[in-house]
Design a binder for this molecule. Structure first.
Ligand code: F3S
Length: 768
């Protein structure tokens, strides 16, 4: 059967080798008796040993570069095109580690699952054909459109406690709900691992979150991570794994823990993990993987839980008492703007956010499990019983996967929700990632409106490219209750909803952790053939969506002299600002075309902060204000090198490497920022760009429009790990000045810079 084929494929390439992991850990423990956190166990048991001897005592968090062998790699369709194009250019016959590609980002949500899927398969036929044929050729499992959202499909099919997965999506930590360490990476990191090269990660810090008590009433696991986002902020988890421990962890279901791990990306963390629990065993059993839970139980104490006493080795400990936790609603424009429900009403009035909701959405990889859908259904049933048949605002519902869709359909959940007016979307990302053909508000005219969703990310323009859409994130049950009220200043714990001449109050839903039985649904998986020697992958040279890559040139000596300042970005600059999504998804496999979106939603520190000025900059040659990529191209055509100056946490958000490829492709040399988000900083290095940080943060303020920048100390022989470089700034008028800059390169990464990109370096290494 289809399901059997799928599971055979999984078993054949499961790849978790508990025996080897325990051996590696035991060897490390011979040098030191100190207890290990769960994060350390999972990471260090994946260290590449071979010639290299790792010493527990010398591994320094935040410093040591770990060389790891992930068990699995996953890419979605928006990042896979570029990752596979890069893999093809490395010239290998087949991937060296189990890899899957998931078709979830490109499907535009508009009318509902079947029409939207039909539209996607016709609009994106060229890309899907490329992904399908390249997957066959290079030994990759391909999940077709309609299969589900990448992280949900991984959870259902490949989640293995104790495993290590890297994925070209920042919400890969989702796997932590099954005790698997998931880390979001750029496509070029994925290509390293696909090519069998060591995958490098700076040994992370570990933030322990101690859970006590039990959730009740309206609070759910979404509130744990929304609360944590409020405590730690969008960059507070940077360089750290969030490790949960304490009795509260035993009270949560596997998909509910996945919600937390998934959204841990919103605090900038490297990953997020839960210790093995009975709930994980129940979930594995329900998804036909008793063999995994049996194996996991055998290593529960040695590998899948933290050693006793290891809580003394957390870099920070945060206490959360689940009994005292309130439901949270975070937003707008940033997921760390946390409001408990009792604070929200006041904030809405004070801040003047649009009070009437324009849309309510339940879905995304964060909250689209069977349990989430069932909670939504329970509230719909309560409303119906009270005489309210329909939601007050348009309601979009996304089942996370084909398996969840088929099960919710069989159990009558989807029909109940459709009757209440929900549009059931295909199992894909949709509005969560801007793949939304939105018609109810004037998006182009930047109409101000508020939406509420169970998604994870709510950056400006994220869902519909409209900077005036105020997006709030919360749990599915809160979204559903709000959809009946239609107002942002609603509180389902205290307020009633009108029902004809009277009104009613919702009761909190109960948890239905797992269905009685999971349906497997339609077959949507393409297994790679064992022999692909006769197959080929075609890329039409005329295509505007796919383009084979031309390797970047090696480092050109003195290219960092007298660089023009392309733009100085002020404030938040996520990868959504650097390489916006939505309509641009189309060009993810065509570097030349997608580069036209570079920084088009970023704020220029030198121009008045108005919506019209987003993405604009002054052309240093003509003095005209133009869109950033146009200016970059003009400078490139004139052979003039340029750099970007950025603010705090530059490149936060998703792992998309386009945000690093584009400036490199358009002739950029360096990005100098107050600080970087981890994945983006690595992505810049991989593409041969120089990410540097101000030693004195105040120097950012000194950089002025029209400045020319020279980097001293970046040439061969001068540029060394731990050694500062100097930025010499020549203003249009006035005295030149100098300032020290820091970098985080290690010796291997300097080889990437010199070769022109990490891929050039890999190729050269493989050819040796
Ligand atoms: Fe997709 Fe949104 Fe998750 S983009 S992978 S549903 S965060």
């Amino acid at each position: 059967s289809n399901a059997t084929r799928r599971y055979n494929h999984n078993q054949a390439i499961l790849g978790v080798n508990y025996t080897k992991q325990i051996e590696t850990l035991n060897a490390l423990k011979r040098q030191s008796q100190r207890p290990l956190t769960l994060t350390e166990k999972l990471l260090y048991s994946h260290l590449i040993t071979g010639d290299k001897e790792w010493d527990l005592e010398t591994i320094e968090r935040g410093k040591t570069i770990l060389e790891l062998r992930p068990d699995r790699i996953a890419c979605h369709d928006a990042t896979a095109t570029m990752a596979l194009l890069q893999f093809i250019s490395a010239g290998l016959p087949r991937v060296m580690a189990p890899t899957t590609v998931h078709s979830d980002h490109l499907i535009i949500s508009e009318k509902g699952a079947s029409e939207d899927l039909h539209r996607a398969t016709s609009e994106h036929a060229e890309v899907y054909d490329f992904l399908s044929s390249a997957s066959k050729k290079y030994g990759i499992g391909f999940w077709k459109p309609g299969s589900g959202i990448i992280h949900t499909v991984i959870f259902e099919n490949y989640g293995v406690p104790g495993g290590l997965i890297i994925g070209t999506d920042s919400h890969t930590p989702n796997a932590g709900g099954l005790g698997m360490l998931g880390i979001g990476v750029g496509g070029s990191d994925a290509v390293d691992a696909m090519s069998g090269m060591p995958w490098e990660l700076v040994a992370p810090k570990v933030i322990g979150v101690h859970l006590t008590g039990q959730l009740s009433g309206w609070t759910s696991t979404k509130d744990i991570i929304c609360k944590l986002a409020g405590i730690l902020s969008v960059s507070g988890g940077k360089g750290s794994v969030i490790e949960f421990f304490g009795p509260g962890t035993e009270t949560l279901g596997a998909t509910a823990m996945a919600t937390i791990c998934n959204m841990s990306a919103e605090i900038g963390s490297t990953s997020c993990i839960f210790p093995y629990s009975e709930a994980m065993g129940r979930y594995l059993g329900a998804t036909s993987r008793d063999y995994v839970s049996k194996a996991a139980l055998g290593v529960k104490d040695t590998l899948l839980t933290a050693d006793e006493g290891s809580d003394n080795y957390y870099n920070q400990v945060i206490e959360i008492d689940l009994e005292k936790l309130e439901p949270h609603i975070n937003g707008p424009f940033t997921p760390d703007l946390a409001h408990s429900i009792s604070e929200l009403k006041g904030a809405v009035a004070e801040r003047g956010w649009p009070t009437n909701l324009s849309h309510a959405m339940v879905g995304s990889c964060t909250n689209s499990s069977y349990e989430d859908l069932d909670k939504t259904r329970q509230l719909v049933a309560q409303a119906k019983q009270a005489g309210v048949d329909k939601f007050k605002v348009p309601f979009l519902l996304t089942p996370g996967s084909e398996q969840i869709r088929a099960t919710a359909e069989a159990d009558g959940i989807l029909d109940e929700l459709r009757e209440a007016g929900a549009v059931v979307l295909s199992s894909s990302c949709g509005p969560c990632v801007g793949s939304w053909d939105r018609k109810d508000v004037d998006v182009k005219g930047k109409e101000k409106n508020s939406v509420i969703s169970s998604y994870n990310r709510n950056f400006i323009g994220r869902h519909d490219s409209n900077p005036a859409t105020h997006s709030f994130v919360t749990s599915p049950e809160m979204v559903t209750a709000f959809a009946y009220s239609g107002r942002l200043d609603f509180n389902p714990l205290t307020d009633s909803v009108p029902a004809g001449n009277s009104s009613f109050k919702f009761q909190p839903p109960t948890n239905c952790e797992l269905p009685a039985h999971f349906e497997s649904g339609k077959e949507t998986f393409q297994e790679p053939p064992s022999d692909a020697s006769g197959l080929s992958v075609a890329v039409n040279p005329e295509s505007d969506r796919l383009q084979l890559l031309t390797p970047f040139k090696a480092w050109q000596p003195r290219c960092a002299e007298k660089m023009e300042l392309l733009t100085k970005v002020a404030g938040k600059c996520t990868t959504d600002h650097i390489s916006p999504a939505g309509p641009w998804y189309k060009y993810r496999g065509h570097l030349e075309n997608i580069s036209n979106n570079m920084l088009t939603t970023a704020t220029n520190a030198f121009l008045p902060n108005t919506p019209q000025n987003l993405g604009q900059t002054r052309n240093p040659i003509t003095d005209q204000v133009q869109v950033v990529p146009e200016v970059a191209r003009e400078l490139q055509n004139l052979g003039i090198r340029w750099c970007i100056v950025g603010d705090h946490n530059y490149g936060e958000g998703s792992s998309r490497e386009h945000a690093a490829l584009e400036p490199r492709f358009l002739g950029g040399v360096a990005v100098i920022a107050r600080s970087f988000a981890r994945i983006h900083e690595t992505n810049l290095k991989k593409q041969g760009m120089l990410p540097l940080t101000f030693n004195d943060l105040a120097d950012y303020d000194r950089v002025a429009e029209g400045d020319r920048i020279t980097l001293l100390g970046v040439e061969d022989g001068e540029f060394q790990p731990g050694k500062q470089v100097v930025m010499r700034v020549e203003p249009r008028q006035g005295q030149a000045w100098e300032a020290p800059l820091n970098h985080s390169y290690h010796p291997g990464q300097i080889s990437w810079l010199r070769a022109g990109s990490a891929l050039n370096h890999i190729k050269a290494t493989l050819l040796q």
